[in-house]
Structures are given as structure tokens and as C-alpha cells.
Design a protein around this ligand. Structure first.
Ligand SMILES: [Zn+2]
Length: 358
């Protein structure tokens, strides 16, 4: 993310803070100064905000470490003035896993609140829970309440809150993901209108939340719309049909000629009309060092990854994005009719986007 500085790495995940974040401290410094008029008041207030953001980071780790248990990595966690974001490498495909990952964030806040509640009860003055002024304890009481607020706020069943993901995943158990996202986005926008109306009469803060939810729902709906548009496309629409092939008995010198003479980098290897392997540029370079230009293609090729011409693009896209495969051979029956790589799919998407924007 632009304008973000790394503040540390915990459990193998980098934590960044957004450049606008210090402004929040300056702002609240002024607020506490105006409120208390003492330096101690300002320090306590800022310590409270800092503690809150530690809770927000722990919340994000709740998501990230749960996702890790399902084999999904987290690129980074970024603290924005409005909250935290854990950027997962991808969302779990199984709705049940998505529910658990989404719930573990708020669960962390509930756990923090429970621990503080226990601590305050044991240290003698449970009454302090209801009197926010009791000086040394009020700090912990404020954090306790804030964590309850964080849990409840994040469970609002609307994007971009965790509750929205839970709702979508619950709906996805019964229908497909696209339909579920549409329904969840509609529910979210209905909620936003409700919050907006309540905000007009009661608390203007609710209007802010309404706008936040409205934008989140619209964003999620359009992202999934693009995905579904792609999903509906068969591979045949996006594949490369003008390509060169190699035979297992070809020398590597032929692969070099083809590479230098055209724009193709990876080659399918075909034996009597059947795809038997794939030779990537990386493999060509490695083999040249080991065997020289007379090396045999069949000795250094890798196993082919194939798809049928009527397969959906998203399935292939996932395979390509995993980084396991660079090239997918598209078959019609047994016959090789095309190739798909990541660049090609990206190009296809750009063209479709341009056509839609027209
Ligand atoms: Zn969350």
C-alpha cells in the first residue's frame, strides 16, 4: 500500500501503518488537551488510543492466523486511521472456512474484553465497570468497552465489516458465491439506508457508518460481478490459437530459434498429435546450461497441465495465480487447440473491461 510505513513483523506478517495515522494522534492530542487541560490527560488519552489500535492489530491477527491454518497466507496487515486491514492472499473457497476466518477477528476482541472483565472483577471493584471516572481502573474499563464495541461493530452484517463476510458465506452455503454476494450487498445497502435515517434523527455518526457500508457493499458487488463475468466465459474465448509446438525429439536449438523468432516463451510438446509435456523458458535456459543446444526437448520438458475448451476461465486463473503452472494447454477431445497463460487472461479481461466502459 502507498503511504504506509512498516513498523514491525510479527508471526511472519509485516505490519504497516498508514502515513495519515500520526494525524490521528495529533487530532486526539488536541481533543484531550481541550478536555482535560493537563499534560497527563493528553498522555493518558493517547495511550488509550494506542492501546485500542493494538487491539485492532490483534483483531487482524485473529483473521490472519486463522486463515493460515487453512493454508492461506497474509501479505500484510495495515493500520489505517479508520481501522485495520489484513490483506489475505486469497479468500477461502469453502464458505465454512470463510465464516471461521471472518469470526475470529471479533472473537479476539471478545476474548480481550473477557480477560479484562475477569481481571477487574478479581482486583476487587467490579463496580468500576459502570463508573468510567474511577481513575486508574477507568483506562482498562475504557478498553473493555471499546473491545465490545469493536466486536459488535464488526459483526454488523454488511460489507466491508466481518459480519458482511459471514452473511455472504452463510448465503453461499445454499447458493453460489456470486448470488450470495449480490444478496449480501443488497442487505448491506438496505442496512445503510436504515443507519442513514436513524443518523438523521439520533446520531450523525451513524450517517458516516451508513456511507461507509454503502460504498463497501457497492465495491464488493462490482468486484464479484467482474469475477462472475469472467466465470461465465469459456476458455475458448481467451486462448492463444496462433502458437508453435515442439516435438520430444527436437533439439533445444529449435526451442531457441522459436523463442528468438517470435514472442512465445513457453511451448507445448506434442507427440503424434497428443500433448505430452510443456517446456517453459526457465526450463530451456536451465537445460541449455546443462546439456547445450543439442539437448533433447523430451528429456527436459515438464508435465503438461491441460484444460478442456469448454472449461470456465476462473478455474484456470486460480491454477495460474498459484504459480504452479505458467502455461495451460487447451484441448478439444485429445487435440491441442490453444494455450492460456496469465498475461493472456489479463489481456482478455482488459479488453472486456474496455468494451464495457464504452
Ligand atoms: Zn475483522
Amino acid at each position: 500500500m502507498k503511504w504506509a510505513t512498516r513498523i514491525g513483523r510479527f508471526a511472519g506478517i509485516d505490519v504497516y501503518i498508514h502515513a495519515t495515522f500520526p494525524l490521528l494522534f495529533v487530532y486526539f492530542g488536541f481533543v484531550y488537551w481541550a478536555e482535560t487541560g493537563t499534560f497527563a490527560g493528553v498522555v493518558t488519552g493517547l495511550a488509550l488510543i494506542a492501546a485500542l489500535f493494538v487491539c485492532v492489530v490483534l483483531h487482524e491477527y485473529g483473521h490472519a492466523l486463522t486463515a493460515r491454518r487453512y493454508g492461506i497466507g497474509t501479505r500484510n496487515i495495515t493500520l489505517l486511521p479508520i481501522g485495520g486491514v489484513a490483506l489475505l492472499e486469497k479468500m477461502p473457497k469453502d464458505p465454512r472456512q470463510e465464516i471461521v476466518v471472518a469470526l475470529m477477528g471479533p472473537a479476539v476482541n471478545i476474548a480481550i474484553a473477557a480477560v479484562l472483565f475477569l481481571f477487574l472483577s478479581i482486583t476487587g471493584r467490579p463496580g468500576a465497570l459502570f463508573e468510567l471516572s474511577a481513575a486508574p481502573q477507568s483506562f482498562l474499563v475504557s478498553i473493555l468497552y471499546a473491545n465490545i464495541f469493536l466486536a459488535v461493530f464488526n459483526l454488523i452484517p454488511a460489507f466491508p465489516m466481518d459480519g458482511g463476510r459471514v452473511l455472504r458465506a452463510v448465503l453461499a452455503l445454499r447458493t453460489d458465491r456470486v448470488q450470495a454476494t449480490r444478496m449480501a450487498a443488497n442487505i448491506g445497502q438496505t442496512l445503510a439506508i436504515g443507519f442513514g435515517i436513524l443518523g438523521l434523527f439520533f446520531n450523525p455518526f451513524l450517517i458516516l457508518i451508513a456511507v461507509f457500508i454503502w460504498i463497501g457493499a457497492a465495491g464488493e458487488a462490482s468486484a464479484v460481478e467482474i469475477e462472475s463475468n469472467l466465470y461465465r466465459q469459456p476458455v475458448g474465448r481467451a486462448m492463444i490459437t496462433d502458437f508453435q509446438t515442439l516435438a520430444p525429439d527436437d533439439p533445444l536449438a529449435r526451442a531457441i530459434d522459436l523463442t528468438l523468432g517470435g514472442s512465445q516463451k513457453d511451448f507445448p510438446v506434442v507427440d503424434r498429435g497428443i500433448v505430452v509435456g510443456v517446456l517453459t523458458q526457465a526450463a530451456i535456459l536451465r537445460a541449455l546450461r546443462d546439456l547445450g543446444p543439442q539437448g533433447r526437448v523430451g528429456d527436459v520438458m515438464g508435465p503438461p497441465v491441460t484444460a478442456h475448451i469448454s472449461d470456465r476461465l476462473t478455474v484456470l486463473l486460480e491454477n495460474l495465480q498459484d504459480g504452479q503452472t505458467r502455461l495451460i494447454c487447451v484441448l478439444s477431445g485429445d487435440r491441442l487447440v490453444g494455450l492460456v497463460d496469465l498475461e493472456n487472461i489479463t489481456e482478455f479481461l482488459r479488453i472486456r473491461q474496455a468494451l464495457r466502459d464504452r
